[in-house]
Design a protein around this ligand. Structure first.
Ligand SMILES: NC(=O)c1ccc[n+]([C@@H]2O[C@H](COP(=O)([O-])OP(=O)(O)OC[C@H]3O[C@@H](n4cnc5c(N)ncnc54)[C@H](OP(=O)(O)O)[C@@H]3O)[C@@H](O)[C@H]2O)c1
Length: 277
């Protein structure tokens, strides 16, 4: 069976939500999973799961966590860049420091792990890098600009990497979840509203209620497992509810950006709007 050749997995953000479900599913299929958290006490205690402390906001922590996992595993067949969290607030009022931290956790941290894992992965008969980005890369969420932009960058990075590795044994898959019912919204760091507070409240509430009604994280874990098993996985996997993950991306393909903006303003119940576009 193909999957038997992909045994060792490094998975970030294994303590909660999508990552926790991926960890559970992969160990149930016999994979050895090195899973990370900033606090290993939050990680599951199950057979074939190996805890790793890692804070993606801290390059030294990434190096140390990776070195430990690499030593214990002897190298990885699969790297799953899953960990992430968002900052919510008016784009121009979110500090440069918080904005940089978003890009560190969502982009530079995952890229560092690719740099660290790839040299030994390339020597193996088969390897896979799965980056969990977001549909927010294509459909940016108002007041989550750094998050949406970092996810878009991660998707573009995945595509470049895939083109460059086309003749290697390593596959690159960009998994783009729609809203998924996890602790993500609760973990979102909210910056005190400075302006447009009615719009912010509206977007926050749309996000909260959408996530509460969204599919469970198992659907993303199953998509990841199918990609791992496949010798020729799809390059991009959109996963989630039908409207967000299927109909929306299909419907906007030929729409002018002006229409997409108008749709997003309506979708997020953004108040007022001084100019009609
Ligand atoms: N839920 C959604 O609707 C949705 C939609 C699209 C994309 N996504 C993406 O899916 C991924 C998983 O999110 P989720 O929904 O499962 O959220 P979650 O339940 O809040 O889990 C987030 C995970 O990321 C880890 N994490 C957060 N900040 C970290 C940091 N600075 N360094 C290391 N690890 C960190 C957390 O671990 P510790 O706190 O234990 O360190 C936790 O395991 C994220 O990249 C998210 O952007 C989620």
């Amino acid at each position: 069976m193909e999957s038997e050749r992909l045994q060792t997995v490094l998975l970030t953000g294994a303590s909660s939500g999508i990552g926790l479900e991926i960890a559970r599913l992969l160990v149930s299929h016999g994979c050895e999973v090195w899973g990370t958290s900033r606090d290993p006490a939050r990680l599951p205690e199950v057979p074939r799961f190996h805890p790793v402390r890692m804070d993606l906001a801290d390059d030294a922590s990434i190096r140390e966590g990776f070195a430990q996992a690499q030593r214990e595993s002897g190298g990885f067949d699969a790297l799953i860049n899953n960990a992430g969290a968002a900052v919510f607030g008016p784009t121009a009022s979110v500090s440069a420091e918080l904005t940089r931290e978003q890009f560190q956790v969502l982009l530079h941290g995952p890229l560092n792990l690719v740099r660290l894992a790839l040299p030994t992965m390339r020597l193996r008969p088969r390897g896979i890098i799965i980056n969990i980005s977001s549909l927010a890369g294509a459909f940016p969420i108002p007041y989550m600009a750094a998050y949406s932009a970092a996810k878009a960058a991660l998707s573009t990075y995945s595509q470049c990497l895939r083109l460059e590795l086309a003749n290697s044994s390593v596959r690159v898959v960009d998994v783009q979840p729609a809203d998924i019912n996890t602790a993500f919204h609760t973990a979102t760091k909210r910056v005190a509203p400075a302006e447009d507070s009615a719009s912010q409240e509206a977007v926050w509430e749309v996000q909260r209620s959408n996530m509460a009604a969204a599919p469970p994280p198992q659907c993303v874990a199953e998509a990841v497992w199918r990609a791992i098993k496949s010798p020729n996985p799809p390059p991009v996997i959109k996963v989630g509810g039908f409207f967000q993950a299927k109909f929306g991306p299909w419907a906007v393909r030929f729409m002018p950006v002006r229409w997409v903006d108008r749709f997003l303003r309506g979708y997020y119940k953004i108040q007022g709007g001084s100019h009609e576009s």
